[in-house]
Ligand binder design. Structure first.
Ligand SMILES: Cc1cc2nc3c(=O)[nH]c(=O)nc-3n(C[C@H](O)[C@H](O)[C@H](O)COP(=O)(O)OP(=O)(O)OC[C@H]3O[C@@H](n4cnc5c(N)ncnc54)[C@H](O)[C@@H]3O)c2cc1C
Length: 416
C-alpha cells in the first residue's frame, strides 16, 4: 500500500497523520526531536517541580478543526473553560478591573451595556471591528485603528498581541479580521476562552500519539530530514543522514516543518519570514490561587506581561511580540514579570517564588500583510510533495486551530 510520509510531529503533522490514518492510509511520521509537539509541548520542569507547557496556549470555542481533532483522538474533555464568554481584565497602572463579556447571537448588544464594555468607551467605538473583520490583504491593524482610538490600549493592542503575536502597526488586519468573524462575530458561544485541562501534552500530544499507535502508525523520533531527492519529478528518497528512505510508487511526503526548514529542503519554495518571539514565565505559588470570576485567564494592561493563566498553584504569564525582552537575562525577566503577577494576585510585596522563564525565539512567522501573501497552500510543484504547518495558507493566524486545519488540508490533498 502507498505510504504517506509525514515529516514533523508538531500539531500540523500529527493532525495530518491522524486524518490520513483514519482514511485507511499507511502512515509513517518522522520527527527531528526526541518528542512530539513542536511549539506546543510540555515537560517536567525542575525549578517549579511540575509539568509546564512551553507557553500558555489559549483557544476559542469558535474553533472548528480543533474540536474535530480532539474527537478523533478521544480527548474532547481535555480542553476546558468557563461556560460563559467572559474576559476579565486588569489595568496594572490604574488598578481598574473590567470584564469584556459578549452576548449570545451575532448582534453585539453588549456594546450598549456600560458594564459590559471597556471603561470610557461608547457603542459607536466598536464599529471599527466590523471594518477590521472585512479588511483587505494589504492593510495592517494599525492602519485601520489609530492609536488615538479609545479602544486601542484596552482592546485592539492586547487582542492583536494575543492573536497575531505582533504589534498592531505591523499585523495583518485581514488575518485578525478572520478571527473576529469566527469568534466575536458569532456571539458568546464562539467566544468562550479554552485552555488545556492539565497540560498541552495531556490534551493534544499524548492522545494523538496513542491514537496513531493503535492504528499501527510508526512515529520515528530523532530523525531529521536533511534532503529530498527528486529525479525530474516526484520525490524518490528521503535522506535522514544515517538512513535513506526509498519511496515507492504512489508514496507521498508531507513536510510539516517550520517555514525556514521547508525552504531549505525545497529551494525556490516561497515561504513567509519567521521569527517573532514569545516569552513565558511560570511561577510556583506558595498555595493555589484563583482569578476573579473563577476565570482561568486574566488580561493585563499597563505592565510588561500580557495574559496571566492560573492552574492551581502555577501562575504563568505570556509576553507576545517580545522582541524587546527576549534577549534580557532570565532572572531580570523573572523579577519584572513577577511584579505584574504579584500585583494581579493582590500580593504586591510577595517575594519571587520558584520560577522558570521560557523563551520561544521563533514562536510564529511574522504576520505582516507582505508575509501573509507568501503563504503557500498544501500543494507544491512536486507532484507527491505537500506542505502543512501554521505558516501555510490556512486563512488564519499561526495558531493551534490553523496548524490542525493545515494538517487536515494536507491529508485531504494526499487522498486525491
Ligand atoms: C510560546 C507560544 C505560545 C503560543 N500561544 C498560542 C495560543 O495561545 N493559541 C494558539 O492557538 N497558538 C499558540 N501558539 C502557536 C502554536 O503553538 C503553533 O501554531 C503550533 O504549535 C504550530 O504547529 P506546527 O505543527 O505548524 O509547527 P511546529 O510545532 O513547529 O512543528 C514542526 C515540527 O517539525 C519538526 N522538524 C523540524 N525540522 C525537521 C526536520 N528537518 N526533520 C524532521 N522534523 C523536523 C520540529 O521538531 C517540530 O516538531 C503559540 C506558540 C508558542 C511558541
Amino acid at each position: 500500500m502507498a505510504t504517506v510520509h509525514v515529516v514533523g510531529a508538531g500539531l500540523a503533522g500529527l493532525a495530518c497523520a491522524v486524518r490520513a490514518s483514519a482514511a485507511g492510509r499507511s502512515v509513517v511520521v518522522w520527527e527531528r526531536a526526541p518528542q512530539a509537539g513542536g511549539r506546543c509541548r510540555s515537560y517536567h520542569d525542575r525549578a517549579v517541580d511540575t509539568e509546564i507547557d512551553n507557553g500558555n496556549h489559549l483557544l476559542m470555542s469558535g474553533n472548528r478543526a480543533t474540536p474535530g481533532f480532539l474527537a478523533d483522538i478521544g480527548a474532547t474533555d481535555r480542553l476546558v473553560g468557563p461556560r460563559v464568554a467572559r474576559f476579565p481584565m486588569l489595568d496594572l497602572a490604574s488598578g481598574r478591573r473590567f470584564t469584556i463579556a459578549p452576548n449570545a447571537g451575532p448582534v453585539p448588544w453588549w456594546v450598549f451595556r456600560p458594564g459590559r464594555r471597556l471603561p470610557g468607551s461608547r457603542p459607536w467605538h466598536y464599529l471599527r471591528a466590523a471594518r477590521v473583520a472585512l479588511a483587505g490583504p494589504r492593510k495592517t491593524v494599525g492602519q485601520m485603528v489609530p492609536e488615538t482610538d479609545p479602544l486601542y490600549r484596552g482592546f485592539w493592542e492586547p487582542l492583536t498581541w494575543a492573536v497575531m503575536n505582533l504589534e498592531p502597526e505591523r499585523a495583518s488586519a485581514m488575518l485578525l479580521g478572520r478571527v473576529l468573524r469566527e469568534t466575536f462575530g458569532k456571539g458568546a458561544a464562539a467566544c468562550r476562552p479554552l485552555i488545556a485541562r492539565r497540560s498541552l501534552a495531556d490534551t493534544f500530544i499524548t492522545p494523538a500519539l496513542e491514537t496513531l499507535a493503535r492504528r499501527g502508525v510508526d512515529v520515528r523520533f530523532g530523525r531529521r530530514l536533511r534532503g529530498l531527492s527528486m529525479a525530474h519529478g516526484p520525490v524518490t528518497t528521503l535522506d535522514f543522514g544515517d538512513h535513506v528512505e526509498p519511496l515507492e510508487r504512489g508514496d507521498q511526503v508531507v513536510l510539516a516543518v517550520p517555514p525556514t526548514i521547508a525552504a531549505d529542503l525545497l529551494p525556490g519554495q516561497p515561504v513567509p519570514e519567521e521569527g517573532v518571539p514569545i516569552v513565558n514565565a511560570h511561577f510556583r505559588l506558595p498555595a493555589p490561587a484563583e482569578l476573579p470570576e473563577g476565570s482561568p485567564i486574566l488580561g493585563l494592561l499597563g505592565g510588561a506581561a500580557h495574559w496571566l493563566f492560573l492552574r492551581g498553584d502555577i501562575a504563568s504569564v505570556t509576553v507576545s511580540a517580545a522582541d524587546g525582552l527576549v534577549d534580557r537575562p532570565a532572572e531580570d525577566l523573572a523579577d519584572l514579570l513577577w511584579r505584574d503577577v504579584a500585583r494581579a494576585l493582590g500580593k504586591a510585596d510577595a517575594p519571587l517564588p520558584p520560577h522558570r522563564i521560557v523563551k520561544e525565539k521563533r514562536a510564529t512567522f511574522t504576520q505582516t500583510p507582505a508575509n501573509v501573501a507568501r503563504r503557500p497552500g498544501p500543494r507544491t510543484a512536486v507532484p507527491n510533495l505537500l506542505l502543512a504547518g501554521d505558516w501555510t495558507d490556512t486563512r488564519l493566524p499561526a495558531t493551534i486551530e490553523g496548524s490542525i486545519r493545515s494538517g487536515n488540508a494536507a491529508a485531504s490533498a494526499a487522498q486525491h
